[in-house]
Design a protein around this ligand. Sequence first.
Ligand code: GAR
Length: 221
Amino acid sequence: MADLLKLGVLISGNGSNLQSIIDHVEQGKLKAAIKIVISNNPDAFGIQRAQKHKIKTAILKQKDFKSKEELDQNIIKILQENSVDLIVLAGFMRIISPALLKAFPHRIMNIHPALLPSFPGLHAQKQAFDYGVKLTGCTVHFVDEGVDTGPIIIQAVVPVYDHDTQEALTERILKEEHRIYPQAIQLFADGKLQIQGRKVLIKSTVEKTIKPLCNPPLTGF
Ligand code: GAR
């Protein structure tokens, strides 16, 4: 059997995406191994999730380091010591430094709770809700030097209802995040992702037609 793809998951908070990845790995649906979970927040609930599943964890607080660069050098060291193939950002609320990008070229993924390039940055669900879009969603993309600007791997569309609340919308998006992130990682593990400029092509898959989605649904048009 080929070696399993080795993941390093970086978190800052609740870690529900981490949990989804753990669950998919344990169910044998995602053929990868989580080698290390790193948090920049000692109170992140995701650390407890990892420990419950006997996954190694590391906490690196900015205040323990002289600079952002020094913290990132330490993150790189831990990832390399654990032979990580792919870095998975799962609610990691920190900008990735050029040094980390250089150490893991095209090997860092992020999930964002909006249909990029709409609503990048913080509070994407609120941004979409306040803007009044009828459809929003989530995006898994490779990380580049910008904020939420890297080549897009997969997106899921989520409706926004007239009488929605921001909380309900956030939950609805999160549910889809938990489905598309493991899928994106499996595509990477299978060597199926081919980056061509801004585009990520999915190798050797038969493209299926997807029905366009309207919200509100059309009434016979
Ligand atoms: C998720 O909604 C993720 O998309 C978002 O933070 C949340 C983390 O939840 N990430 C960003 O906004 C990054 N810009 P989780 O800790 O439960 O996985």
